[in-house]
Design a protein around this ligand. Structure first.
Ligand code: PAF
Length: 280
């Protein structure tokens, strides 16, 4: 496995494979890797001739400086895991390498970016689109892998690829959970043992809510989930929204769509966690 930190070097390395018609897979990450990332990487290694994982904590997608500062960074551990998983290249550039000048591009994802994370983290998805478009431009992957935990991010990346005619197949992969049900996230590292236990209740409430869809309207279920989460010590809900899985707009009736997902953001202490559950 080669670790590369410049754009020109990774481009040089990849040219030969592309000429030979070999397929290139990319897993974009911000490091602090966990089992969720590992599932994306395993799929990437299995489906492509050459697999690349990028490790880059992207400053433009953080709307909170403290969150950026506290974001866990564990490069040595990450390299060890990626080597074991059979990755060919790790691309871990510096901020100066990726942003030699300010990125002034403004993307427009319409209604997709106006709800949920878009509403509570202004500018977040513009930053995600800036970095993912740069990574796609440098690596030119055939396939790129993203987790469904970041459900809205996946929809945004798919929309970017569609809008810009990017020749990349975007693959979404199911959420991987800890044994107590907590969705795997790099941010979980910042939770105390007690907070981790309380945070595991998020998925329990989501699973319970799925059993109630016959009796509750989406609005009633939203109240149920919000109330239940806010009753758990350490947890404070930021939003819970029941949306059409394709356009991310809120549904008012279960018959509004054949693809309905409940998306949640919760603060556990000062750690912000997101999760989702598919209802239909
Ligand atoms: O999901 C993440 O870790 C990040 O948002 C991504 C896609 C690597 C872009 O920085």
């Amino acid at each position: 496995m080669k670790i590369i930190d410049t754009k020109s070097e990774i481009e040089n390395q990849l040219q030969g494979y592309r000429k030979k018609g070999e397929t290139i897979g990319l897993v974009p990450t911000m490091g602090a890797l966990h089992e969720g990332h590992a599932s994306l990487v395993k799929k990437c290694v299995a489906e492509n001739d050459i697999s690349i994982v990028s490790l880059f904590v992207n400053p433009t997608q953080f709307n909170n400086k403290e969150d950026l500062r506290l974001y866990p960074r564990t490069p040595e551990k990450d390299y060890e895991l990626l080597e074991k998983l059979g990755v060919d290249y790790v691309f871990s550039p510096s901020v100066e390498e990726m942003y030699p000048e300010e990125d002034k591009r403004v993307f427009d994802f319409g209604q997709l970016e106006k709800v949920m994370e878009g509403e509570f983290r202004p500018g977040h998805f513009n930053g995600v689109a800036q970095i993912v478009s740069k990574l796609f431009a440098i690596i030119k992957p055939d396939n790129a892998y993203f987790g469904e935990k970041d459900f809205q991010q996946l929809a945004i990346v798919r929309d970017m690829v569609r809008q810009l005619f990017m020749p990349v197949n975007v693959v979404g992969m199911p959420i991987i959970r800890e044994s107590n049900g907590l969705a795997m996230s790099s941010r979980n590292q910042r939770l105390s043992a007690e907070q981790r236990k309380n945070a595991s209740e998020i998925y329990k409430v989501l699973k319970e809510s799925k059993l109630l869809i016959g009796d509750y309207s989406p609005a009633e279920l939203t109240d149920y989930v919000t109330g239940s989460i806010n009753n758990i010590p350490d947890l404070q809900i930021e939003y819970f929204q029941i949306v059409d899985g394709d356009n991310l707009q809120q549904v008012t009736e279960w018959s509004d769509s054949d693809y309905i997902v409940g998306c949640i953001a919760v603060f556990c202490g000062d750690v912000r966690l997101i999760d989702n559950i598919r209802y239909k």
